[in-house]
Design a protein around this ligand. Structure first.
Ligand code: GRF
Length: 211
């Protein structure tokens, strides 16, 4: 079931390998996720995510922070790319920068992130290492709406994994990543079908009427 008139238009922001982006693409292409990735934007010209996008014929943009005087100017440039592409939902997928209030004002309630821990535990960098050092027996991943804090926005979906004796940051990260690749497409699916309603995205009036 689709909730919007046409597939939800996603803009992906990625700094690195883009395995979550790949999982989302896979869900679109193989599992009928009613969404389409209209652009991938990266702050790093060498991001593997860009390569993946090109292979799928998806538009890409590289916006490099050193070309801008400050974070806000950088964000304004990224927002401009996303708006020109007609993005409805922004998906942070391994994007290693915090977005500014100017960014959030342009996409209010329409920016998602995935974090490799069960928030509100272990926000910020090295979440898997934090979990191991604390000694938790369960960790996982969280898809949430981005607000002005660091990994603090409303939680949409979580998936848990066990922490094993002898786990290190790398082994735990790998086990969590498997769940991330299920969680992110599932969260987007729930938004695209109207099961989860997020403030910035309204259904088309006609469908709202029918419901
Ligand atoms: C993931 O672990 C995600 O939770 C975190 O950054 C990593 C990105 O991995 N925010 P990838 O680029 O999607 O492979």
């Amino acid at each position: 079931m689709t909730f919007f008139d046409s597939p939800l238009r996603l803009g992906v922001l990625a700094s690195g390998r883009g395995s979550n982006f790949a999982a989302i693409l896979d869900a679109i292409e193989a599992d009928g996720l009613p969404a389409t990735v209209v652009i991938v934007v990266s702050d790093r010209p060498d991001a593997l995510a860009l390569e993946r996008a090109r292979l799928h014929g998806i538009a890409t943009a590289v916006v490099v922070p050193r070309d801008y005087p400050d974070r806000q100017a950088f964000d304004v440039a990224v927002v401009e790319r996303l708006q020109t592409a007609g993005v409805q939902l922004v998906v942070l997928a391994g994007f290693m920068r915090l977005v500014t209030p100017a960014f959030l004002a342009a996409f209010p309630g329409q920016v998602l992130n995935i974090h490799p821990a069960l928030l509100p535990s272990f926000p910020g960098l090295h979440a898997q290492r934090q979990a191991i050092e604390y000694g938790v027996r369960i960790s996982g991943c969280t898809v949430h709406v981005v607000d002005e804090g660091v990994d603090t926005g409303p939680i949409l979906l979580q998936r848990a994994v066990e922490v094993h004796d002898g786990d290190d940051e790398e082994s735990l990260a790998a086990r969590i990543l498997v769940e991330e690749h299920k969680a992110y497409p599932e969260a987007i699916r729930r938004i695209a079908t109207g099961e989860i309603r997020i403030p910035g995205l309204a259904p088309t009036p006609r469908q709202e009427h029918v419901a």
